[in-house]
Design a binder for this molecule. Sequence first.
Ligand SMILES: [Zn+2]
Length: 284
Amino acid sequence: MTEREDAPPREPGATGARPGAMVGGQGSSADDLAQLVALARPCRRIVAFTGAGISTESGIPDYRGPGGVWERQAPPTLGDFRTNPETRRVYWDGRRTQYPVLAAARPNAGHAALMALERAGRLLAVVTQNIDGLHQKAGNDPARVIELHGSAHLVRCLDCGRTWPAAAIQVRLAAGERVPACEVCGGPLRGATVLFGEALPTEALRRATEAARGCDLMLVIGSSLVVNPAAQFPVLAKRTGARLAIVNRTPTPLDPLADARVAAEAGPTLAALVSALLNADGEG
Ligand SMILES: [Zn+2]
C-alpha cells in the first residue's frame, strides 16, 4: 500500500441504521451499544480485528472507502515496481514527503481503548489490516499486534529481504538520494507493506489464525471485511465458538453472522464500550 496523504472524504451516514440515540452521530442506536457491552462483558480473551476505520480519526486515509485513493488511482503492482524505474521514482518522491505525515500521526480514542483493554488483561491480540503502527504507538504490546498487511514503518529490500527502519531511509532521502537502493545487494527498496495481489505474510497469517481460534470474542472495528483472506478470521473465530461483534460505519458481508453490530465511528464506540466494561468490573 502506498502512503498517501490525501484526506479521506467522509462517507455519508451509515445505511440501515435504526432510529434512536446516536453513538458518534453516525446513526447507531444506544441499544446497539448496550448489546455490544452485554456481549463483551463476560469475555476475557478478546481479539480486536481492526481496519482503516479505526485510523481515519487519526487522519490516516481509508484507502478502500468511498472516494478513497484507490478509486481514483490504481495501486502499483510489485512487478511494475521491480521493472519500471519511473514507478520507483514516483513512489519514493511521494514517500519522501508522505512518510513524515504518517510518522507524526497520533493514536485516537479507539486505539487508547484497546490499550486499556490489554492493560486490564482482557485483550489476547490485535489483528490489523493497517500499516500505520498506531496500535503500538498507543501502547499495545508489539508482540500482541499482528500486522496482516505489513508496516509502513519498515523499508524492505525486494531482493534480499533485509529491512530497515523507515526513519533511517528518510535520512538518506534527506541527504539527497532520490531512489534509495539496498546497501547490501543493490536491490530495490520499498515500504514493507503488502500490495494488492501479493500474498499476506505467512507468520502473520499463522498468528492471526491462532488468535481467531483462541478468542472468546472477535471484535471487528472499522473494517468493511471485503478483503480476503483477512476477512476470513472473523468467520474462523465464529466457527470455533467465539462471539462476533462488528463496529463499522457501513454494512459488512459478515453482518448476518454478528452477535452485535454497531454502525458508528470506532473511537467513541470503543471508548464507551471499554469504559462500561472496565468500570463495571472495577478493573479500570
Ligand atoms: Zn538487498
